[in-house]
Design a protein around this ligand. Sequence first.
Ligand SMILES: [Zn+2]
Length: 283
Amino acid sequence: MANQPRKSILCPNCGKLISVDEPRCPYCAIPRPGSSLKNNPLMRLFRDPQRFVRGIIVANVALFVVSLVLKPTFANLSMNPLTFLAPDSSSLLVLGATGTIPIDRFGRWWSLLSANYLHGGVLHIFFNMMALRQLAPFVTREFGTYRMFVIYTVGGVVGFWISYIAGVRFTIGASAAVCSLIGAALYYGKSRGDSYGQAIYRQVGGWALALFVFGLLVPGINNWGHGGGILAGILLGFSMGYQDKYRERLVHKSAAVICLIVTAAVLAWAVTSGAYLLFTSGR
Ligand SMILES: [Zn+2]
């Protein structure tokens, strides 16, 4: 039984139940809906939203552990909770921290993506992952998992790109990407405009405001990255739409798969090249 070919599938574009060997979807008319390019295992990774968000958190924790292990120092065992388990800055640089130093001096443009998965201490990663766990299920419900990951990935890159333009020298953290989710949620609330939308807008707007005030009070917070992330999230939410407006289409799914492949490639490159750089220069 297990080896029998599947007879029917959900159309990768419109989600209706169709026969796998249909030359065109009878509902939305995309050509060859059953082709393996449109039904690949990478797309299936997005089908369980909870597992997918957990995967993002696991990637962040794994990179954090690597950044600590790559160059262990006694400094990160300090009793100051802000610097407790803080990775060495040369370790963060080789793993893909971003800003004008890594980009202008070392040409590391790919760090605009890798920096989203790096953190400067236990509190830093804890707060960012808490915020992600709060926001991602909501954005996933209203936009779908594919669009959520595009908003998260592209918004994080745009946020760090804007902070680079603004001259921020060295920066890391998931908060630009998390802010992009905030931006998408703000757009969603404003666009709906009914009482539910207004409640969402007020709640998420409160978080954005708290983040902004926090950023003014605490030195070293990348406000450009946060603001850029929020702006990118609004624009991405607006241009891709949410479930009540348009269902997720093949173009969103393909964009999400591309984001996933590029992220995996950049993180793999960051870890292998970073380990090599530290190993060869450390003696
Ligand atoms: Zn279809």
